[in-house]
Ligand binder design. Sequence first.
Ligand code: MTE
Length: 317
Amino acid sequence: MWIRRRRGWEIPEHLATPESVFLDRRALIGGAAGLAAGSLLGGGRVLAATDTASLYPAPRNDGYALDRAVTPERFSGDYNNFYEFGMSKTVLPAANALKTSPWTLKIDGLVEKPFEIGVDDLVRKAGLEERLYRHRCVEAWSMAVPWTGFPLSKLVALAKPTSGAKYVRFETFMDKAMAPGQKVFYYPWPYVEGLTMAEAGNDLPFVVTGIYGKPLPNQFGAPIRIAVPWKYGFKSAKSIVKVSFTADRPKTFWEGLQASEYGFWANVNPAVPHPRWSQATERVLGTDQRVPTLIYNGYGEQVAGLYKGLEGERLFV
Ligand code: MTE
């Protein structure tokens, strides 16, 4: 992002593994899922211990297909933005300090009745499915991954927002002892993101609890994050502890830091450059090629209608 931005994605890496290879691997992981709680899987990473581990891999929803190969975990799992654990892309070792169980989500603000719910209870209530999504970072790299989770609209229904709710605000955990990045005083912690209620009601925003057919490894934002695939990646807040329904537009983390570069809307648009670099193309993690970036990251058919009448807003920053 804007401070000490690294250009690691410009170093050539191997070509992406075709999806069929991932699928074979998925079957293997499926067999091992019962052993997943508290065990080592996926390149020696410690998985979150959870008694919902047996629910992975979840059935795939084929309504969400990809135009490209799935990015192998060895690339996506070692190249992360998670500023709570440092500003480099290799936050994986530091993120092992994140204690993900027990984990409670607080639902508050303009709802019929605020409540708290454990992530495992929430998962059991909502059910799980797998979706293949593209992910486009504002830094002009991208990946394509199999997220496991459930539509955000299910969480909204559970929360029962009142008619005054216009926005949904996501807040990441705050714990300086666990997350040394939060000691960096010039960042406006905690990490906050938000969507309009209309955006939240769309089919695409996904509450994510797993990836690659298993519970989320810490560096991806365990135990619960969101994925908003038509927006720049910073909209997809990780390790969420609070979901609030508000009348006013939430002040988001990156907006608080540099509003001219990272706005509230942040819809992907190749024709609107970031003030300091082009957004016309992107480097797909695990490949040494740049591909053209698509308007709304390729999800225009599903989401363009959300922005009718909002043309006066800075929709693509
Ligand atoms: N959420 C929190 N809490 N902290 C962060 O630093 N980085 C964002 C987003 N969510 C971030 C976050 C950015 S810039 C991106 S591109 C994605 O997470 C990266 O997700 P990934 O590491 O799973 O690829």
